[in-house]
Design a protein around this ligand. Structure first.
Ligand code: ATP
Ligand code: MN
Length: 471
């Protein structure tokens, strides 16, 4: 058995021929007079291959085991299909079953299973229509991301997952330590014990100082951009926040481009080109899967995606957006005033009601944004930009970075951050500083947008959220 063979996808696109084989899992089996029909799937594409088994062709003991979930190799002839929905089907002459699946206990048999139930059987859910489509689209989207950047001269850089600096302050962090063993010796003690042990002798911990799982690769990506010019990261990041929402994961994948000799204008141009490119790529290369999402998950999906791929994004400053929100006449749960962060309800109103397509908001108040964003002349706002999308709100957050050493140093002090920890970051401004900009995009947020899936837990194979790390 070779990995290079004809997949269901290839068979469905072929002309009738004799002597073919098809591997996969039985999705359904239906018997009528003198003939059995099996829908066979190998995950290579959305559609199944129909297998037609005339009575008497296969031994009874084989037929008996051809139940939902069983893995099998069929041999036979590919013939034109008289049925609707498929052009060819396989007329079986033989079948070899690798693994039977007891239909009385196979959990994926349940009709009308909820997303919540399917999440509990995440090791099997990929065999169904929805999750097969989700993970195929995820793979295609990842490919489109790399293709987009490579075509534009960006280098993929691998920034550390374990970090010793909470440089960005982007979110609460998970500690990485080998002192847990010591804790286990004192059963019943709280995690603070780790810090007690650590503080007694920091050098005794693995890295000789507190270490964490990264919340963002941005600062490290900046160092690489200051030599490679255009770079991007694409890898896992972690947030230890207790955000039990449909749009937050504790472990998620981020894409972070960073460009030297680039201003906020170039950054916004890249963000817009990027989103439209990935969407167009999926419309062109994942159409069967997207059709399914359009039919079963999100009714307006295809028209929205086509609209976004073909229209330019609206640009508004934060201050303009706040004015629109204040005069909107809507009663929001959280009132919107200049200086406060926009809530999801505000972001959705702007994109869905006010503008009707993605919006890029710029020039946010400096107090609600990170220390490294470039200050505007007004002394109050920074060169930040967020891309907001209908249905999900913030999808991208980016900025032009502060390249002036003195301004950056005073901002770090003003915010009460430990300036010593940033020595290497400040060095970039000491030796050949240059205007630069970048953004961060949560890959799963993008996937929610392009599939219409409502919960972020359903666009990653195994979700990590507060209270859950199954599988
Ligand atoms: P939010 O306000 O939605 O929590 P954030 O301001 O914390 O987002 P950033 O720190 O700017 O987000 O992170 C960059 C991008 O990463 C966001 O635009 C979003 O797409 C994504 N993101 C942030 N937090 C999460 C999370 N917990 N799970 C999944 N994606 C996330
Ligand atoms: Mn957050």
């Amino acid at each position: 058995m070779d990995y290079r063979r004809t997949y269901v996808k290839d068979l469905l696109a072929s002309q009738p021929q004799t002597g073919v084989e098809a591997f996969g899992w039985v999705k359904t089996r239906r018997d009528s007079k003198g003939v059995s029909f099996v829908q066979l799937s190998d995950g290579s594409c959305f559609n199944d291959l129909q297998i037609v088994i005339d009575a008497g062709t296969l031994p009874d003991e084989t037929l008996k085991l051809l139940t939902t979930g069983a893995s099998v190799r069929f041999t036979g002839d590919l013939v034109a299909s008289p049925g609707e929905g498929q052009s060819v089907e396989l007329k079986a002459t033989g079948a070899e079953i690798f693994g039977a699946s007891d239909p009385t206990t196979y959990p994926l048999q349940k009709k009308g299973a909820t997303m919540e139930f399917l999440r509990e059987i995440a090791h099997l859910r990929v065999r169904g229509n929805t999750f097969g489509a989700v993970f195929r689209v995820r793979a295609q989207a990842a490919y489109a991301v790399h293709k987009f950047f490579y075509e534009r001269g960006f280098h993929w850089v691998h920034t550390p997952i374990i970090t010793a600096s909470d440089c960005e302050g982007a979110g609460a962090m998970f500690a990485v330590s080998t002192l847990l063993e010591a804790i286990e010796d004192h059963s019943g003690e709280t995690p603070q014990t780790l810090w007690k042990l650590h503080n007694q002798n920091p050098k005794s911990d693995f890295f000789g100082k507190p270490a964490f799982l990264t919340v963002s690769g941005q600062l490290e990506a900046e160092t690489l951009a200051m030599g490679l010019t255009n770079v991007y990261t694409f890898g896992p990041t972690f947030r230890a926040e207790n955000s039990n929402t449909a749009r937050h994961l504790s472990e998620f994948w981020m894409i972070e481009p960073e460009m030297a000799f680039c201003s906020l204008e170039g950054d916004m141009k890249l963000a817009e080109e990027f989103l439209r490119y990935v969407i167009q790529y999926l419309l062109d290369n994942s159409s069967q899967d997207l059709d399914f999402f359009n039919k079963r998950i999100e009714p307006e999906l295809l028209s929205t995606l086509e609209h976004v791929a073909n229209s330019s994004f609206e640009h508004l400053t934060y201050s303009e957006a706040v004015k629109h929100l204040e005069s909107s006449g809507e009663s929001f749960e959280f009132p919107c005033t200049w200086g406060s962060d926009l809530q999801a309800e505000h972001e959705r109103w702007l994109t869905e009601v006010k503008v009707g397509r993605p919006v890029i908001l710029t020039d946010y108040p400096k107090d609600i944004k990170a220390f490294y964003m470039r200050q505007n002349e007004d002394g109050k706002t920074v060169r930040a930009m967020d891309v907001l999308a209908p249905r999900i709100g913030e999808i991208i957050g980016g900025s032009q970075r502060e390249e002036r050493l003195d301004v950056l140093e005073s901002r770090i002090k003003e915010m009460g951050l430990p300036i010593e920890a940033y020595w290497w970051y400040l060095d970039l401004r000491r030796f050949g500083s240059a205007p630069h900009a970048g953004f961060g995009l949560g890959f799963e947020r993008l996937l929610m947008y392009v599939t219409g899936m409502k919960n972020i837990r359903d666009v990653i194979p195994y979700h990590r959220t507060p209270g859950n790390a199954e599988f």
